[in-house]
Ligand binder design. Structure first.
Ligand code: ZN
Length: 187
């Protein structure tokens, strides 16, 4: 259910609406269970179980993220309410980290990081901070919106030439190549 190449939390969340610009967008986040699956696919299966309130918050952050990415890519004005909302989410503290120390018989101590169950608010904070970095950080100038007609997803073009056009070559790129081939065949 996850688009293969977005690879950053802020972009991944926006991409949970497929074919956003078409007549029939499809939403991957329709229930707390689908949100739990989305989190699990990002290595957060140990995250606290999301409920309906969490779902609403993630979807609200997603739409805010979409509008702020548009602000960067299209050079338009940001809504003050969106900026305030992102700041509210980004203020959630990051998930805790725990160190576990186990003394071994050979005289050494084994040190490990122990996973701590993050709250959904903490994950919202992670996504919001990733978004802030996306729209202000070093990759900001490499942000693009997918050129596939209905897609609407954003991606960071890390290719050396900087000429990437699709959020995913396998899905949108392929679909557009097939469409171009078909229209040539009809000429
Ligand atoms: Zn796309």
């Amino acid at each position: 259910m996850t688009p293969p190449t977005a690879s950053r939390l802020g972009l991944d969340l926006v991409a949970t609406v497929r074919s956003r610009l078409g007549g029939a967008p499809r939403d991957d986040l329709t229930s707390p269970a689908t949100l739990a699956a989305w989190l699990a696919a990002r290595g957060m299966s140990h995250c606290a179980d999301p409920d309906e309130v969490d779902l609403r918050e993630f979807r609200a952050l997603r739409e805010t993220a979409y509008r702020l990415l548009e602000v960067v890519v299209d050079g338009t004005r940001a809504r003050p309410a969106d900026v305030e909302s992102v700041n509210r989410w980004a203020a959630h503290p990051p998930p805790a980290v725990r160190l576990r120390a186990e003394d071994l018989p050979d005289g050494r101590t084994d040190l490990r990081a122990e996973p701590v169950r993050p709250t959904t608010a903490q994950v919202l904070g992670l996504v919001a901070r990733d978004l802030v970095d996306l729209v202000t950080g070093p990759q900001r100038d490499r942000l693009h919106q997918c050129e596939a007609e209905v897609c609407g997803s954003f991606f960071v073009d890390t290719s050396r030439a900087g000429r990437r056009r699709w959020c995913s070559a396998a899905t949108c790129g392929n679909r557009m190549r097939v469409a171009a081939h078909r229209s040539r065949a009809h000429d």
